[in-house]
Each structure stands twice: as structure tokens, then as C-alpha cells.
Ligand binder design. Structure first.
Ligand code: PMV
Length: 386
């Protein structure tokens, strides 16, 4: 019997991946860059046990048994088995996989990246795979390949039709820019959304803007973004991130049928951040949105109290006094000055548009947990909590 447990981070892209040039191999039309977030606030945790006593492969996700025949999961298993360095006997052992997130799935935070990165890292250790595992994670979910490293990570689109050079690499470790902070604004929204997989597919088939973006905009922007990170040039970093997020959502609108991921709250936050940056006479906050209405803010530590004050004032919460409203790093917030309020010149919103705020930072990549008490499976290979 052999058992491995691992945690892996969520990542939030600052140059977006939107569109595949190969649906089967999950090869993107352009490079992308993200930061992996601190696993103390957001992470996936996975335990995998291999045993000669198991009859079939089984998987439990967030407390429920699911089908092992999920094609993305099978892709990861196939990729890892190709590179396994095990005795033929052990290769025939069946697997029990148990995985959960340390954050509510209902929040609409992209959990597949952390989940597939964690699955790949756990499988890789179990099967004694050596070298880069971003291609294994990529075969589960494209953006997952960036979560196999910590800090700032670039996914190179590559040119090989077989995808051998479509890999992720760390640009800078978390210690490179320790002042960077992230505020995830979880927006209340119950609409049913187009999945990113379907949205991207439709964009590739129908959007001319997507082709223009991939050929003429991202190649230059991705280099500028990497340089801004290396130089710790926050203003440049935030400006590029804002432009790229809005361009991704413009591509979504240019798609037939169009996909709408942002809602009025997201637009209200975007407008407020521009008004705040203008009133501050410098770019203090950058924002980005994935395939949903939650808006993610990147900012420097010194500006966190004022920006939390800004959000408390313009997007008040009914549960603001409730500790659960602000999660993660300590939520100190400064009241906004009257001068800033008059410069921003916007209406306050009704309470209740934001569900909660997660305050986090850039963190490490996948980490193996050696303490047996961390395992999600018991000695018989069944979930510890069900
Ligand atoms: O890996 P997927 O299919 O979940 O792609 C998601 C892509 C975005 O989150 C919208 C952008 C990105 O680069 O992460």
C-alpha cells in the first residue's frame, strides 16, 4: 500500500488564457501569466492511496463519491502512467482518490485549477514521476498547469502540435514581491453561466477579436507583464492586468452566442476602482475577472486598509460586523477621507452586493503533507470524513 497527500494553490491570471488551438491536447492560443495564491486561504487538498486490495479506482470530491470516468481525470491518469517509474506489479494497483477544497465551492471561485494541479502533484509522487508536471495538470484543465508552481508563473503556449513545449514556468518566487496583496470580492450571483470550456470553444469558432488579441496584443503584453513583475513596477503591472481582463471579456462579447460573465456589481466595482485610482492620482489597484462575476483586486500591502475602507463605504455589507464577511489576512480598514469621497463622486450601493471578501497574498506551489493525520483516507482507503 502506498499513500500521498498534497495541497495546491488556486491561481488568478493577470494575462488571461482564453481559447484553445487544440481542444484535445488543451493547447492555448496565447501565453498567460498568473500568481499562485497562499494556500492558507485557498487550496485543494488531495490524498491518493494505491493498494493491491482495491478492486476498482474510486474518487470522492468534496465529500461525495463521483464517477472515475470523468475524461479530464482520465487524461491526468493516462499522462502520469506514461511517465511512471514503478514495478509492473504496483502499476496494476487500483487507486482511491479523495479531494476537497478549503473554501466553499458555491463561491464560484475557479477550483479546477487547484484541483487538477493537486491531483497531478499527488499522482506524480505516488508514481515516482520526475521533472515538470505542468503538462500532466494541463491535461486536466488548462489553467491548472500554472498552479503546479508558486509565485508568478507563465504558461508558454508553445508551437509544437504535440504540446511538448506548452508548459508552465515560474517567473519569480513569492518572496520576490512580498508586498503584493490580493482581495477576492465574492459577488452575490445565482445566474447559470456558460462554462469556460464552452465559452472558449465558441470564442475560437466565432470571434475575430480573439484572433487579433492572440496575434497582435498578448505577445507584446505578456513580455511587458513579465518585465513589470521583474521590476516590481506596480502601476505598469496593474494597467496591463486591467487591459487584459477587459479584452478577454470583450472577446466573450464578440463571441456568438455571446457569453456574459460580469454583472452589474462587477461593473460597479470596476468603475469604482477607476474613479479611486484617478482620485489618488496614481494606480493603486488593478482588477481582473475570470469566467464569473467575482472581481479580484491586486494591490500593495500599504494600500489595503484604504481600499477595504473604500469597499466598506461604497459596497456596504449587511454582515460587515460579522467576522465571516472578511476572511484571510487581518482585515484592518481605514475610513475614507471626505476629500477622497468627494473626488470619487459616486453613489453608495445598497448593502448586500458582496457576499464576502478574501484577503490573501502570493504563495507557494504544491506542498506534500507528511503527517499521517493529514490524510483524507483512512487505513482501509475510505474517506476519513463523509
Ligand atoms: O482552465 P480553465 O478551462 O478553467 O480556464 C479558465 C480560464 C480563465 O480562468 C478564465 C483565465 C485564466 O487564464 O485563468
Amino acid at each position: 500500500m502506498s499513500i500521498v497527500t498534497c495541497i495546491a494553490p488556486v491561481n488568478i491570471a493577470v494575462i488571461k488564457y482564453w481559447g484553445k488551438r487544440d481542444e484535445q491536447l488543451i493547447l492555448p492560443v496565447n501565453d498567460s501569466i498568473s500568481a499562485s495564491l497562499d494556500t492558507n486561504q485557498l487550496c485543494a487538498k488531495t490524498t491518493i492511496m494505491a493498494s493491491p486490495d482495491f478492486d476498482v479506482d474510486r474518487i470522492w470530491l468534496n465529500g461525495r463519491e463521483e464517477s472515475i470516468n470523468n475524461p479530464r481525470l482520465q487524461n491526468c491518469l493516462r499522462e502520469v502512467r506514461k511517465r511512471a517509474q514503478l514495478s509492473p506489479e504496483m502499476e496494476s494497483w487500483k487507486l482511491h482518490i479523495c479531494s476537497k477544497n478549503n473554501f466553499p465551492t458555491a463561491a464560484g471561485l475557479a477550483s479546477s485549477a487547484a484541483g487538477y494541479a493537486c491531483l497531478s502533484a499527488t499522482l506524480a509522487k505516488l508514481y515516482k514521476v520526475e521533472g515538470d508536471i505542468s503538462t500532466i495538470a494541463r491535461s486536466g484543465s488548462g489553467s491548472a498547469c500554472r498552479s503546479v508552481y508558486g509565485g508568478f508563473v507563465r504558461w508558454y503556449a508553445g508551437t509544437d502540435p504535440n504540446g511538448s513545449d506548452s508548459i508552465a514556468k515560474q517567473i519569480a518566487p513569492p518572496s520576490h514581491w512580498p508586498e503584493m496583496r490580493i482581495l477576492i470580492l465574492v459577488v452575490n450571483d445565482e445566474r447559470k453561466k456558460t462554462s469556460s470550456a464552452l465559452g472558449m470553444k465558441n470564442s475560437v469558432l466565432t470571434s475575430e477579436l480573439l484572433k487579433y488579441r492572440a496575434e497582435h496584443c498578448v505577445p507584446k503584453r505578456v513580455e511587458e507583464m513579465q518585465q513589470a513583475i521583474m521590476d516590481k513596477n506596480f502601476e505598469k503591472f496593474a494597467e496591463l492586468m486591467i487591459k487584459d481582463s477587459n479584452q478577454m471579456h470583450a472577446v466573450c462579447l464578440d463571441t456568438t452566442p455571446p457569453c456574459f460573465y460580469l454583472n452589474n456589481v462587477s461593473f460597479g466595482i470596476i468603475d469604482l476602482i477607476h474613479a479611486y485610482n484617478e482620485a489618488s492620482k496614481c494606480v493603486k489597484v488593478g482588477y481582473t475577472n475570470d469566467a464569473g462575476p467575482n472581481t479580484v483586486l491586486y494591490l500593495l500591502e500599504k494600500n489595503v486598509p484604504e481600499v477595504l475602507g473604500l469597499l466598506d463605504y461604497y459596497f456596504p455589507s449587511e454582515s460587515m460586523k460579522n467576522v465571516e464577511y472578511k476572511r484571510g489576512n487581518p482585515p484592518q480598514s481605514f475610513p475614507l477621507s471626505k476629500e477622497l469621497i468627494s473626488k470619487i463622486n459616486r453613489e453608495k450601493n445598497q448593502p448586500g452586493h458582496l457576499k464576502y471578501i478574501i484577503h490573501t497574498r502570493v504563495g507557494d506551489g504544491p506542498t506534500y503533507l507528511e503527517n499521517p493525520r493529514e490524510h483524507l483516507l483512512d487505513s482501509k482507503g475510505l474517506p476519513v470524513e463523509l
